[in-house]
Design a protein around this ligand. Structure first.
Ligand code: B12
Length: 426
C-alpha cells in the first residue's frame, strides 16, 4: 500500500508541475535549440533577427556562433535596413526585431546609427520616427502603414529598450484592441493580440502610461480574454504557429504557468511531429517553451552564460525520388473574379512551390513571382497580377476550401487536392 501511495504522490507532484522542463522535455528543447542554431548556417538571404532573439533567450548557448551571427546582423541586415530607410519604405517590424536582437545580446544600442540624407541618427531615433509615421497613418486611415503586429513590435522594442513610448502611440494600440482591429486576412489574428499584449504589458510595467491606466488595464484584460477564448481542444491557441506568441503573452500578463499546461504540451507534441521546421516557427515557440517572453530582454544582463551548445555533424539524409504521383488542380482567381484552372501531377510530398514550378513548365500561360521574407518566399504575383501591401491585397492560399497555415515552400502535397490561389483584399 505504501509504495502505491508514494507512486501516486509522485505522479500527483509531477502533474502539478505541468510546464516542467525536466527529462524528455529538456531533450526536446535542446534539439529545437540546435535546429535553430543550425539554421544560421543553412539559411539563405538576410540574417534573421527573430532567430537571434530566440537563441539569446534560450538556456543553452554557443556564444561563438551567436556572436558571429550578431556581426552578420550588424552588417547585412543593417545595410538592408539602411537602404529601406533611404527609400522611405516602412520597416517598423524589422527595425524592432533588429533592436530586440541587439538588446538580447546586450549590445549598446546608442552606437547603432543610420544615415538618411545628410543626417546620421540612432536606431532608436529611427524606430521612434517610424512609429510616429505609423501613428499618423492610423489617425488618418484607421490602419498602420504596415500592420498592427509590426506596430506592436515597435512599441515592444522601444519599451524594452527603456524608451518612453509616447502616450499617443500606445493609445492607438489600446484603441485597436478595444475595436478588435487585429485581422489576419478574414480571421482574427491571435499572433497580433499576443504581440500587442506583450507590448502593452511592457508599457504598463514601465509606469509611463499613468494618464489612461484604466484603459490600458481594460485592453490588457481584453487581450487575455481573446487569447484564452482562442484555445482549441488540442491546447493550441489560434493555430500551431501562434501558440508560442500567445503563451509568451499570457505568461507576461501574469497567467499562472499551470494554466498554460495544455498549450505547452500542444507545442511539444507539434515539435515532436516536426511541425516547427521553419526557423521562424521555432524562434517564436522556443522562448515560450522556456517559459520566457520577448519582454525578458528588458532585464537581460548576459553574464555567466552557459556555452555548451554544440552541433554534431548530421548524418546525410538520402531522399529517394518517389514514384508515386498525385494529381493537383490549381485554381487562380484574379482580383476581377476571373478564374483559370490548371492541373498537374506532382511527386507525392512535393512542396506547393515545386508544384507551381512544374505547372509553370507545363502551362505557358501560368506564371508567378515571390518576395523573400523572414518566413520564406511570399507569393506576390500570379499570371502577371500583383497583390500588394500598399493596396491591402494578397494572394490567399487554400486547399479543398481550407486556408493553408503554411506558405508555398513549407506546405507539402501528400494527396490529390484542389489548391486555390485567390487575390483577396484585407
Ligand atoms: C500580417 C501577416 C500577414 C499579412 C501580410 C501583409 C501585411 N502587410 O500585413 C497577410 C494578410 C497578407 C498575410 C498572408 C498570409 N499569411 Co500571414 N502573417 C502575418 C503576421 C500576423 C505578421 C507578419 C509580420 O508583419 N511580421 C513582422 C515582419 C518584420 O516580418 P516579415 O517576415 O518581414 O513580414 C512579412 C512576412 O511575414 C510576410 N508574410 C505574412 N504572412 C506570411 C506567410 C508566409 C507563409 C510567408 C512566407 C510570408 C508571410 O508579410 C510580412 C509583411 O510584409 C504573421 C504572424 C507571425 N507570427 O509572424 C502571420 C503569419 C506569418 N502568416 C501566416 C500564413 C499562413 C499566411 C498565409 C499563407 C495565409 C493563407 N492561407 O493564404 C498568407 C501568405 C500567402 C502568400 N501569398 O504567400 C502564418 C505562417 C505560418 C507558417 N508556418 O508558415 C503566420 C505565422 C500566422 C499564423 N499563426 O498562422 N499574413
Amino acid at each position: 500500500m505504501l509504495p502505491l501511495f508514494v507512486i501516486t504522490s509522485l505522479l500527483a507532484f509531477a502533474s502539478s508541475k505541468p510546464c516542467d522542463t525536466e527529462g524528455s522535455n529538456r531533450e526536446l528543447l535542446l534539439s529545437l535549440n540546435k535546429n535553430l542554431l543550425r539554421s544560421l548556417e543553412t539559411q539563405d538571404g538576410l540574417p534573421n533577427p527573430s532567430v537571434h532573439l530566440a537563441l539569446r533567450l534560450s538556456n543553452s548557448h554557443n556564444l561563438a556562433k551567436e556572436s558571429e551571427h550578431l556581426n552578420k546582423l550588424k552588417n547585412n541586415l543593417h545595410n538592408d535596413l539602411q537602404s529601406s530607410l533611404s527609400n522611405s519604405r516602412p520597416v517598423v517590424g524589422l527595425l524592432a526585431l533588429y533592436t530586440l536582437a541587439l538588446k538580447s545580446s546586450c549590445y549598446d544600442l546608442n552606437t547603432i546609427t543610420f544615415a538618411v540624407g545628410e543626417k546620421s541618427e540612432t536606431l532608436l531615433t529611427h524606430l521612434k520616427k517610424q512609429m510616429e509615421q505609423e501613428k499618423e497613418h492610423i489617425a488618418f486611415s484607421q490602419r498602420p502603414l504596415t500592420n498592427y503586429y509590426q506596430y506592436s513590435l515597435g512599441v515592444l522594442a522601444l519599451c524594452t529598450s527603456g524608451i518612453r513610448v509616447n502616450n499617443h502611440v500606445s493609445n492607438k494600440l489600446i484603441k485597436a484592441v478595444e475595436h478588435e482591429h487585429f485581422k489576419h486576412g478574414d480571421t482574427e489574428s491571435v499572433d497580433t493580440y499576443a504581440m500587442a499584449g506583450m507590448a502593452l504589458q511592457c508599457v504598463k510595467d514601465s509606469g509611463s502610461h499613468a494618464q489612461n491606466s484604466a484603459e490600458l488595464d481594460t485592453a490588457l484584460s481584453k487581450v487575455k480574454q481573446k487569447l484564452l477564448a482562442s484555445r482549441r481542444p488540442d491546447g493550441h491557441i489560434g493555430n500551431e504557429f501562434s501558440t508560442g506568441l500567445a503563451v509568451q503573452a499570457l505568461l507576461t500578463m501574469g497567467t499562472e504557468v499551470a494554466e498554460c499546461a495544455a498549450s505547452m504540451e500542444a507545442m511539444r507534441t507539434a515539435a515532436r511531429n516536426n511541425i516547427y521546421h521553419n526557423p521562424m516557427a521555432i524562434s517564436q515557440t522556443l522562448p515560450a517553451l522556456h517559459q520566457k517572453s520577448y519582454l525578458t530582454v528588458k532585464s537581460k544582463e548576459c553574464l555567466n552564460e552557459d556555452n555548451t551548445l554544440t552541433l554534431e555533424p548530421l548524418d546525410p539524409v538520402v531522399v529517394l525520388p518517389t514514384e508515386t504521383k498525385v494529381a493537383v488542380t490549381v485554381e487562380v482567381v484574379t482580383s476581377s473574379g476571373a478564374a483559370e484552372v490548371y492541373s498537374v501531377d506532382v511527386p507525392k510530398g512535393s512542396s506547393l512551390l515545386e508544384a507551381l514550378e512544374l505547372l509553370k513548365g507545363k502551362h505557358v500561360g501560368f506564371m508567378y513571382e515571390m518576395e523573400s521574407s523572414l518566413w520564406g518566399p511570399f507569393l506576390s504575383a500570379v499570371n502577371g497580377e500583383q497583390a500588394r501591401q500598399s493596396d491591402r491585397r494578397y494572394w490567399h492560399l487554400s486547399s479543398d476550401g481550407t486556408a493553408l497555415s503554411e506558405g508555398v515552400r513549407d506546405f507539402k502535397i501528400e494527396a490529390a487536392q484542389r489548391i486555390s490561389i485567390k487575390n483577396k483584399s484585407y
